[in-house]
Ligand binder design. Sequence first.
Ligand code: R5P
Length: 277
Amino acid sequence: MIQKLITGCLKSVLFHTPVCRAGLVAARFCGPAFLSNSSMSLLESAKKAAAFRAVDECVKDKDIVGVGSGSTVVYAVERLAERVQKEKLQLVCIPTSFQARQLIVENNLTLGDLSRYPQLDVAIDGADELDSNFVAIKGGGGCLTQEKIVASCAKHFVVIADYTKDSQVLGEQYKKGIPIEVIPLAYVPVMNKIKALYGGEVQLRMAKMKAGPVVTDNSNFIVDWHFPEDKFNWKDVNTNINLIPGVVDTGLFVDMADRAFFGYADGSVKEKTCSGK
Ligand SMILES: O=C[C@H](O)[C@H](O)[C@H](O)COP(=O)(O)O
């Protein structure tokens, strides 16, 4: 009796949050097939839906494919591997991080690099946020410089993300600031110069399971700039911050993405195309 009461309350609370409602509705319509995946969180289902759709629509035989970093890209690599197996696609994958390299190798995909393949057909990557002008914040997981280099070499740069990353303006949903990779000895002057230029707060990103700062794949530090609420021209901001000595690159990806796939917990996907490209 008490157990039934608790289950009832829990269901009612869950049903009144949009994500959970979508999940529960999907479970109702898809039955056991959906429930068998219920260990996967609803956000993970959303990421997977976006990644699978993007790989299916944007990758073809003989493509040179840039492989981004982060949790959403894991599903993109899973799908690439499935397609290589089933459709016998011949692909070469170019990593954007240590993590991406590991994913490529573990999934038995062909690993390439920019010296051999300086021109890519497509790069597929996650994002922390994408605004209505197709400006992305990247680097929430500490990877941004190699990602930007690889994206810049691709004919098409495709963003995959769950629906929480789809914003009108930057900072609407992603509250952790804009990541900026810096040469370690320069982090204090760089932080001061960003503050003097644009205001806000800048923090050195500290590691969670290590004493001291996060160290990137390129042996640098990351500072996160919590920008003030303002109407910024992100292209100018990106250029100006990049001009500060010691800055390696910013997590602002301006004029790079041309397509985006946002997944929802019910498995549906919203596709956006950048009109300016
Ligand atoms: O540093 C990490 C990368 O820029 C990721 O692509 C970005 O943080 C999005 O990651 P996720 O797919 O885990 O949300």
